[in-house]
Design a protein around this ligand. Structure first.
Ligand code: SAM
Length: 278
């Protein structure tokens, strides 16, 4: 029976070294230790009994074990070969609700035909925002997503227009979801201790989709162009994709947007209006 005490860094190190494995810095491996914090993260998903959850980066299963205990089915996506071996052959080998997909989640998630009920992950700092962007752009729109990320990334996800943290990533995250900053996790809760603080973001799916599936890629292209040079005006940034000045002026006028405005001041509604006007 797997009874690793996830709260003790020494037990984690021992289990890895007993298998001849070590942690790998390049995969952003910081284990979350306190059970109270792991339970709080799982609690952010609500009642998960019987739910199908995708977990990105399970590590040795610190959050996975909490979810399985609560009666959820977990499909975990882990890149580290050593962790995967321990998860598959030791930790959750007798758990019928556990499935492992080994490899880079940026690639393996693409092969998933089905969208799960919920997605969770204590994401590696280096690729956390890329993963979230990728999930949303591909339209894997679960009912709720709960991510642990560098605090500044959570602030960017939740940012309002005209604030310093607002970017195309904020708009992307707010297109289909209502994100909320759930709580901060101090760096001392992790092993090894990172040199940044972390936070948990809860992203709840909006009831209605604001775009049709076939509209999404053009919308994302517009979004990237709008924010391509932050200090430049919308007119300037859009002139790269709409070369005809008269046409561009007419599009902005139809959308009711001043050509001297900057993208950082546009709300999601403004950008949707601009998209429709194009
Ligand atoms: N869930 C564990 C916890 O909370 O203690 C570990 C979290 S650790 C911050 C990030 C995990 O993501 C590691 O297990 C790491 O190996 C894994 N990881 C990093 N990059 C990945 C990728 N591209 N695809 C899948 N897993 C990845």
């Amino acid at each position: 029976m797997w009874n690793l005490n996830y709260e003790k860094a020494k037990e984690i190190i021992d289990v890895l070294s007993s298998h001849g494995f070590a942690m790998n810095k390049k995969f952003g491996q910081n284990f979350l230790l306190p059970l109270s914090v792991r339970e709080k993260i799982v609690g952010c998903m609500g009642d998960i009994e019987g739910s199908e959850i995708f977990e990105i980066g399970p590590g040795l299963g610190a959050i996975t074990s909490v979810m399985l205990k609560k009666g959820a089915s977990v499909k975990a996506f882990e890149i580290d070969h050593g962790f995967a071996e321990i998860l598959r052959e030791e930790a959750f080998t007798d758990e019928p609700g556990f499935t492992l997909v080994e490899g880079d989640a940026l690639k393996t998630l693409k092969a998933e035909g089905k969208c799960p009920d919920l997605i969770v992950g204590n994401l590696p700092y280096n690729v956390g925002s890329v993963m979230i962007g990728d999930i949303i752009e591909r339209g894997m729109l679960s009912r709720k997503m709960v991510f642990t990320l560098q605090k500044e990334v959570v602030e960017r996800i939740c940012a309002s227009p005209s604030s310093k943290d607002y970017s195309s990533f904020s708009v992307l995250c707010q297109l289909d979801y209502v994100p909320s900053y759930a709580f901060t996790i101090s760096r001392s809760s992790f092993y090894p201790q990172p040199n940044v603080d972390s936070a948990v973001v809860v992203m709840t799916k909006k009831e209605e989709n604001l775009l049709e599936p076939e509209e999404r890629s053009n919308f994302f292209m517009l979004l990237r162009s709008l924010f391509s040079q932050r200090r430049k005006t919308i007119k300037n940034n859009l002139s790269r994709i709409i070369a005809d000045k008269t046409e561009l002026a007419a599009i902005l006028e139809r959308a009711g947007i001043d050509e001297k405005e900057r993208a950082e001041n546009l709300s999601l509604e403004d950008i949707l209006r601009l998209y429709r006007s194009i």
